[in-house]
Design a protein. Structure first.
Length: 351
């Protein structure tokens, strides 16, 4: 086997982008397209020629499918993932892995018992700039990490809540607590939390959060602040909102990591595959105190790297770039934040 054949489950906004990568890679292929709404299947079928179905069981029973990519509302992730694993299919899950830790554990265990790979679609572990940032941090170039700052300042348009950014599918699951599990934290900040964990290797041990829905007619939070303590003593701050009018000014927006000898900004201005660093240490090609770009050239088109990374893990029998356990740790920070905000008290991790 040299190509991994994917069944795509859920053909909405993000799957349209994922399919571009699946079709472009020499080691992945779209073998089947599935969605409960037939109107999402037509254009993807025309583009990629794969057979379509409205019944996920057809994907699980299809011998031409090696792996599934699941990109559906959050409350459906685990039931679909479990059925896929039980049918012997590898599972590449969109974030978040689940909306509860118990469900995440269930999925991780079923995949382990079934002997299939479980990966989660966080791009950080395949982002060249973030991998370089990780090498720099672990190599001591910014010294001991002392502080972290995460900003997710977004002004989501009204139509986002009814149909996403592209309005590909009309649906209100993003507004419902039981379906989405939360708002800007579980939906957006989770990427940044994963990035920080990936590049620093640090774990959150305690946090305090304030969270509310202040100006959007939805059940999930639109404004959050979290203070976090990491296991090396570093202190992190999250400021996030999905209804921050005007959004973020185009100044440097990415997650920041401060250390005793410098700092790193991941994906400044949202630029993928690109981070910047300042170190008081001399390094190859730059002077102490100078800002330096961490760019990994020649990267693939968006999302292709995630899918290829997962396919390669199957082909080479290695762990996927982001494992179920990684995704569970990041979900735990999000859920601890919700718990802290509910209790108006600090919460210790692990939960
Ligand atoms: N990694 C990223 O950068 C990124 C970006 C956007 C969204 N996402 C994630 O992708 C997932 C989907 O988000 P989206 O924006 O594409 O949503 P969407 O609403 O546009 O698409 C979801 C699709 O799932 C279908 N669906 C619903 N229930 C189903 C079921 N039981 N079986 C099969 N199909 C079902 C819907 O009909 C819809 O077409 C979410 O987990 C979201 O958080 C990830």
């Amino acid at each position: 086997m040299s190509v991994i054949r994917f069944g795509v489950i859920g053909c909405g906004e993000i799957s349209a982008a994922t399919c571009v990568g699946l079709a472009a890679s020499p080691i992945t292929k779209i073998a089947m397209l599935m969605d409960t709404r037939p109107e999402t299947l037509n254009d993807l079928h025309e583009l990629y020629g794969a057979p379509t179905t409205q019944d996920a069981e057809d994907v699980f029973a299809n011998p031409d499918v090696d792996a599934v990519y699941i990109a559906t509302p959050h409350d459906t992730h685990v039931p679909l993932g479990i059925r896929a694993a039980q049918a012997g299919k590898h599972v590449l899950m969109e974030k978040p892995i689940a909306t509860t830790l118990a469900d995440a554990d269930k999925l991780i265990n079923v995949c382990r018992e079934a002997g299939v790979k479980l990966g989660v679609s966080f791009y950080n572990q395949v982002d060249g700039g973030q991998r370089l940032a990780r090498d720099m941090i672990l190599g001591g170039m910014i010294g001991d990490v002392t502080a972290v700052r995460l900003n997710a300042i977004v002004d989501k348009p009204a139509h986002y809540w009814q149909a996403g950014y592209t309005q590909r599918v009309s649906t209100d699951w993003r507004t419902k607590l039981a379906r989405a599990g939360g708002g800007v934290l579980i939906m957006n900040v989770i990427h940044d939390l994963n990035a920080i964990r990936f590049v620093t290797g640090l774990e959150v041990t305690r946090l305090y959060a304030e969270s509310d829905t202040l100006s959007t007619p939805v059940e999930v939070e639109d404004t959050v602040g979290v203070v976090m303590r990491y296991n090396n003593g570093a202190i992190g701050v999250i400021q996030a909102g999905s209804a921050m009018r005007g959004g973020e000014h185009e100044c440097l927006t990415g997650p920041r990591i401060y250390g005793t000898k410098g700092q790193i900004i991941l994906n400044p201005s949202g630029t993928p595959r690109y981070s910047i660093m300042m170190s008081t240490e001399p390094g190859e090609g730059f002077e102490p105190g100078q800002w330096r770009e961490l760019v990994n050239p020649g990267r693939m088109i968006d999302r292709q790297a995630i899918e290829e990374g997962f396919a390669r893990a199957i082909l080479e029998d290695t762990p996927p770039p982001c494992t179920g356990e990684d995704a569970r740790r990041v979900l735990e920070i999000v859920l601890a934040s919700y718990e802290s905000a509910r209790l108006h008290q600090p919460v210790a991790l692990p939960l």
